[in-house]
Design a binder for this molecule. Structure first.
Ligand SMILES: *Cc1c(COP(=O)(O)O)cnc(C)c1O
Length: 484
């Protein structure tokens, strides 16, 4: 029997989960001023150690996670993260460092960061990388600030427009607004790629740059990327590469070689740190030479085998985060890259692309595919057929997946595909898992024909059933209240 009472409801006066030795030092009641001292003990739950353990283990099992089931959440790369990354990031020499320790005492950490920077430069085709940003969106903001600094420096501060295709990730326009810029959206063509004519129409001397994901969120490689880069550069703009998900290109294609000037990576998607639980993450930003002077302070440099933090960079946009980034995540990415090596990273891309094409071809028989052509690491399936023919929505379809121990894909995004389901299997799943997923999706398509009403009630087996998602976001209940 699963015990799901909240810990406060398990409380009984006098139960204890700890044992402490007698106090053998004088009690310093006068350390705190009288008005700050508690008059009564805090109303904490009184529970035994075993109950606390069960409480937290049960809570940890209420959610689906990539460690207990398939999680094809398109664009978000929920792949298996090797546990050795965790082991290495917990080594006391890394985990117990303090950011205020001297350069002499932190040579190992500085060397790790300097080497990670080199690897990321190599993977992205960039000249330098800052490891400071703490997430993908944070990297975007930092990258846009670099674009602004670059134009300002050249007396081009009137450039305020950033072009983003309609398949772009939602964080892109949000970052543009945060940076005080203005988004100009351009449509995709009938192959799901950038419409070159539409791009030419918006290019002028007010354009600061363009933000692109390639392969884009439809899972397609932009065939005209060289031409896109040429056109944008010709008009005086810069090219920003949203590399949150680099699972399709590692070892095969480098944004720097495509013509991009700036990129960010999500170490918590591509490079071995789990995500989805709210952090910590890391969104390093790489740039070409012409943007290096503007990178955040400090940068890590090496002279005669000694590493140091360089703050003497007058054109820098300044810090974008306290200290030096989420160091533990950097250690995991370093470990991940070193464990796989160049050949291994290439194979990640190959297997990610193979797995996505495998299930796309299988599912194209029972579901609508707006763009049916080879995909990269993800593809966008549509529930349009089930909706038009049986009144079953994409929400109904994916809620049924939960009853089979599968996390729903990203849904209703990108907006240009009706009833979208954006599926990214990742390279770490076995053929058996992929086949099982296909079988479940086919079963759901069959149920949509035979018993659509049953689909509408799912999920049946999860701790909570269908939620009022908008209500939960608008009126969140964030604290426990006693029953009755
Ligand atoms: C996840 C993602 C982001 C944002 O990354 P966060 O770390 O969640 O801020 C940006 N762009 C794309 C394409 C992504 O998949």
């Amino acid at each position: 029997m699963k015990d799901r009472d909240l810990i406060f409801e398990k409380s009984r006066p006098g139960k204890k989960g700890y044992s402490l030795p007698e106090l053998d030092v004088p009690q310093k009641q006068d350390l705190l001023p009288e008005n700050l001292q508690r008059k009564n003990p805090a109303p904490l739950p009184e529970v035994a150690e075993g109950e606390v353990l069960r409480h937290y283990i049960n809570l940890s099992q209420l959610n689906h996670s990539v460690d207990n089931g398939f999680y094809p959440l398109g664009s978000c790369t929920m792949k298996y993260n090797p546990k050795i990354n965790e082991d290495v990031s917990r080594l006391p020499g890394f985990a117990e460092l303090h950011p205020y320790q001297s350069e002499e005492m932190t040579q190992g950490a500085l060397k790790l960061m300097a080497e990670l920077e080199k690897y990321l430069c190599e993977i992205g085709g960039m000249d330098r990388v800052t490891l400071q940003p703490a997430a993908g969106a944070h990297g975007e903001l930092a990258g846009l600030m670099l674009i602004r600094a670059y134009h300002r420096h050249r007396g081009q501060d009137h450039r305020k427009k950033i072009i983003i295709p309609d398949s772009g990730h939602g964080t892109n326009p949000a970052s543009v607004t945060m940076c005080g810029y203005e988004t100009v959206e351009i449509p995709s063509d009938d192959k799901g790629c950038i419409d070159l004519e539409a791009l030419k129409e918006v290019l002028d001397d007010k354009v600061a740059g363009i933000m692109l994901t390639n392969p884009n969120t439809l899972g397609f490689y932009e065939e005209n990327i060289s031409e896109v880069c040429r056109l944008v550069h010709e008009s005086g703009g810069l090219l920003y590469y949203d590399g949150a998900n680099a699972n399709a290109i590692m070892g095969y294609s480098r944004p720097g070689d495509m013509g991009f000037d700036i990129l960010h990576f999500n170490l918590h998607k591509t490079f071995g740190t789990p995500h989805g639980g709210g952090g910590p993450g890391s969104g390093p930003v790489g740039v070409k030479d012409k943007l290096v002077p503007f990178l955040p302070n400090p940068m890590i440099e090496e002279e005669d085998g000694k590493y140091f933090l360089d703050y003497d960079r007058p054109q820098s946009i300044g810090r974008v985060r306290s200290f030096f980034g989420n160091f533990g995540v950097l250690v995991k990415a370093f470990t991940y890259i070193r464990m796989l090596g160049a050949e291994g990273l290439k194979q990640v891309s190959e297997d990610a692309v193979l797995n996505a094409n495998y299930i796309m071809e299988k599912l194209a028989k029972s579901y609508h595919l707006k763009y049916h052509r080879n995909c990269m690491h993800e593809f966008v399936l549509s529930g349009k057929k089930q909706k038009d023919e049986h009144g079953v929505t994409t929400t109904d379809i994916v809620k049924n997946l939960l009853d089979h121990g599968i996390h729903p894909p990203t849904v209703y995004f990108p907006l240009i595909v009706e009833e979208a389901m954006m599926i990214e299997p990742t390279e770490t799943e076995s053929k058996e898992t992929l086949d099982e997923f296909v079988a479940v999706m086919e079963k759901i398509a069959k149920m949509a024909e035979e018993d659509p009403e049953k689909l509408k009630e799912a999920p049946y087996t999860t701790p909570v059933r269908r939620l009022d998602e908008a209500g939960a976001a608008r009126n969140p209940i964030l604290k426990w209240e006693p029953k009755g």
